[in-house]
Ligand binder design. Sequence first.
Ligand code: SF4
Ligand code: SF4
Length: 250
Amino acid sequence: MSESAEITENMRQKARELNIDLIGAIPSELMDEFAGMEVNWDRWGTMKSPRDYLPDARSVVVVAEAAFGPTIDLAVRRRGGWNYVGYKPLELDTWEIGSYLQSLGYQAEVFPSHLSQKNMARLAGMGSFGKNTLLLNPDVGPYLRIDGIVTDAPLEYDEPVEADLCGSCERCLQACPTGALQPFEIEAEKCLVHQRLQGPDDVRYAGLLEQYSPRLASGAYLMCQRCQQVCPVGGIPPWERDGTTDPVSH
Ligand code: SF4
Ligand code: SF4
């Protein structure tokens, strides 16, 4: 077995022990295409290259876990930044994989937040973009949370699987409270997540923020999930996802 095949198999075995849902890897240079792109959730930020995280970058490991229910998008404001509490288990598992690569003698930079998470998961074959601009996985729809590791470890790489999972469906376009979505495009300034994270900027959205992004406690908000909740991809009925009635009807 080649060195890259052996490391990859051992890393996958480690992921199985941690109950990680999906793990994959891509050549790091594939992410260079997105460097410099504006980051929707960070007004002043742009996407980076894996080499900005690790000059000797060779591979990007993609770690993904399915998570359901409105509390996965519970965001808490702390020290001027936002923390998504529901992402913590994934972050801990990703740290474990990063530590494992380091224990083999490789460099590993965990959570490269300014790499395009959705694109690295797409390139690793974990799903395709939906009209809601989220990554849709055939098994869990848009409910895949994604993290990554930039490493100099040589790995076996996955291939993208391009599939149209939307077909003629337009439920997310119709359900978005602000009309922020066009097929496969989002007008970030209109999105309630962007409005909540940034400010909000526009008083026109105050009422909709109260309805779709409610405050739970001081500095703690649920983020709008309408374009996820109405998505039929993934086979898990909406009423099992969030305990409400069919979200399309309200
Ligand atoms: S998160 Fe809400 S406001 Fe933003 S695109 Fe989705 S449905 Fe629209
Ligand atoms: S709701 Fe329909 S159109 Fe929107 S992402 Fe899901 S399948 Fe695609």
